[in-house]
Design a protein around this ligand. Sequence first.
Ligand code: SF4
Length: 365
Amino acid sequence: MTRQVRVGKVLLGGGAPVVLQSMTSTPTHDIDATLMQIHRLAAAGCDVVRVAVPAKEDTAALPELIRQSPVPIVADVHFHYERALEAIEAGVAKIRLNPGNIKERQQVNEAIRACKQAGIPIRVGVNEGSIVERQDKAVRHSEKQELARDYHGNLIQLMVRKLEEYLRIFEENGFEDVVLAAKSPDPTIVIDVYREISRRFDFPLHLGVTHAGPPETGRVRSVAALATLLAEGIGDTIRISYAADPIHEVEDGQELLCCLGLRQRTGPELIACPTCGRVEVDLLTLVGQVRERLASIKSPIKVAVMGCIVNGPGEAEGADVALLAGKGKAVICVRGEPVRTVSESEMLDALYEEAMSFANRPRSM
Ligand code: SF4
């Protein structure tokens, strides 16, 4: 089991539930836009939100963001150690800081000391890009030669070695509130590097696949790595990162944690048949309508939407409530038993009523 750190009111590592994170995409100094995004992310299930602080005007916005945010705020610091000091002073719950991109060691030490004094953790990470594109030409040349021989295996060793180098700085400062990350766009590297890190260190691990792209391509890439690691018990916090509205990161992260049984659903789990030549309705549109109609239900019920009445009952087996939609009419089943036959125009309301009634049943039923 990993050690535990505290990120504001959220516990991370040490057996605590896996924490879901995301990052805002608004300019942090635009307080209204950033707060609006933070609230949307938190409402979708995000536990911790990270904001970029590239400039002083961004750290200046932090006190107000922290004051109004429903979840702890983490400052993402690159290159300027002054931003780290300002963010800590503003009261962030954690910072992300990579010693590799802050020039002076003394400046890194200063940021670490400030976090120690404030009692907040630091996320330290490496990623494939920064290792391969190192600025130190001599090291870069030998590392590139080494990498060329066995890119996958040696990259993992290099990433771990780099993390060890960074961790020495934290050790020398007597600082242990560290969260580790090692990211790559390649899910197989992510899986292997985190397996290696979890064997070597007991710091909490932040999982992610970097530069995963838009949800259409990044979803499978991210889930392949994160689900594998989480199923092995590796990972204390996750961020799925997309080139898109971050709400998609949270929705998919939440779904992943629920699918793995690491988080309880707070609303209906919707399943739908894949459709086939027997389909009698526009199932795709219907699923969207059902999702919308049931959105206000805050209980973890399983709802199935099936595209025909004949085969639907068998295929909807296991659902709490099922809508079997046929030509002009629909059958609603509760726990496999047909309870109502309604017209097409009534089916959404009828499904909602049955789903609500099921959700309100005493738990033992
Ligand atoms: S429920 Fe009906 S339409 Fe859907 S896949 Fe099964 S047989 Fe096909």
